[in-house]
Design a protein around this ligand. Sequence first.
Ligand SMILES: [Zn+2]
Length: 101
Amino acid sequence: MTRPQTLADRREYLEAGLRDLACGGCDAHVLVKKGSPHQTSVQWTGRAVRQCAEFAARVALGEATPLVDTCTTLRDTIEQAARDGRLTIHEPAHEPPPGEP
Ligand SMILES: [Zn+2]
């Protein structure tokens, strides 16, 4: 049984500035959204968490998964993607220019 509504929701969610990036170290796929040059949010899937060795090691040491932002290799991957232009900043709203003529 297909769930077209769920699929549409998912597509909309993916298009809201989220990019699928694979970690250069462990090849775990995460969803990355860049809101500003200094703000990046990373969404880990359960599968990516299991795949990333660094993530798994930190969890094994007792860290709670929601507190682990990213693995260091993925952070480098994200920075590289931003420099390459693969990861663009998602601007939620168009801001009018300051001061009208
Ligand atoms: Zn990783």
